[in-house]
Design a protein around this ligand. Structure first.
Ligand SMILES: C[S@@+](CC[C@H](N)C(=O)[O-])C[C@H]1O[C@@H](n2cnc3c(N)ncnc32)[C@H](O)[C@@H]1O
Length: 270
């Protein structure tokens, strides 16, 4: 594994115990919606790429029944360890493996469905790999938070730590309808549908949102701040959150892009 991927895996392993456990379960909610939209069926063989704490995995397990098979892979050992504990208590027919989504150790056409919730931005080219492990006529389902959703938060982070813009980037960004569609087309998929759904998630108070930031990919950036800087950031954040304040809590709107697509059926001579 490359150093960057190693660091990423370690960082997600630390986050794992609290991931999607603080405040409203955004990942579990969109995971269920993804499984519904992809029309997972009884008996399907499913790959959940970057399974995390099983937001997609558990929703899919309810659909496939005892004839189905679900494999969840993730780079982070800590994610798999925590999810394995949840699986033991839920008695689900699911297996887990530590694996890089860009290098899947599965045969061609091994799955009927490949799902990936909120992780494709880490490895856009892996869509080709997803296509390879899908059977002809098999389905892909993806989610990603839509561009613009958290601009207010990234602006705040940028004031503390300059965000590096990718140099000479010509490809459309993946968290836009255009970018996601382009990626799926590039991988030779068809019947592509990309749509956006916005929901409001209510956090009890500002402190809960702050704790939630420590249970997401943002944790790494928070950890690199000095204590005084972190304190100032927290103050500025609480001030920003006032724009979402309502009597019953902090109402955060989150827009998610959903995408589904099919691998073309094999031609007679293929
Ligand atoms: C935001 S979480 C999403 C988890 C889950 N799919 C969900 O919807 O809740 C991102 C996940 O991607 C995983 N990840 C990042 N890069 C990966 C890679 N190259 N291969 C496999 N998993 C990866 C992380 O370890 C983390 O569990």
């Amino acid at each position: 594994m490359s150093t960057n991927k190693n660091d990423l895996a370690q960082s997600w392993s630390l986050i794992a115990p609290d991931f999607d456990q603080i405040g409203p379960p955004f990942f579990a909610q969109t995971g269920r919606q993804l499984v519904e939209s992809t029309e997972v069926r009884t008996g399907d063989r499913i790959l959940d790429a970057a399974a995390g704490r099983g937001a997609v995995l558990f929703a899919a397990a309810e659909k496939v029944g005892s004839n189905g098979r679900i494999v969840g892979i993730d780079l982070a050992e800590g994610m798999l360890r925590n999810t394995a504990v949840d699986l033991r208590t839920a008695h689900q027919p699911v297996s887990l493996a530590q694996m890089d989504a860009e290098h899947l150790a599965f045969a061609d056409a091994a799955f009927d469905v490949v799902l990936c919730g909120h992780a494709i931005f880490y490895f856009p080219p892996a869509i080709q790999e997803f296509r390879r492990v899908l059977r002809p006529g098999g389905k892909i389902g993806l989610t990603i938070v839509a561009a613009g959703t958290f601009d207010w938060l990234w602006q705040l982070f940028a004031a503390y730590q300059p965000i590096e813009e990718p140099a000479g980037e010509e490809e459309p960004v993946i968290n836009t309808r255009k970018g996601l569609k382009w990626r799926l087309e590039l991988a030779g998929l068809e019947q592509i549908r990309v749509w956006e759904e916005t929901a409001v998630y209510i956090y009890t108070d500002e402190e809960t949102w702050w704790q939630n930031l420590w249970a997401l990919g943002t944790r790494h950036t928070l950890e690199t701040m000095k204590p005084a800087q972190q304190q100032q950031f927290k103050q500025d954040l609480f001030q920003k959150l006032q724009m979402f304040r309502q009597p019953d809590g902090v109402h955060i709107p989150i827009s998610t892009l959903f995408a589904t697509a099919l691998k073309p059926e094999a031609l007679p001579n293929e």
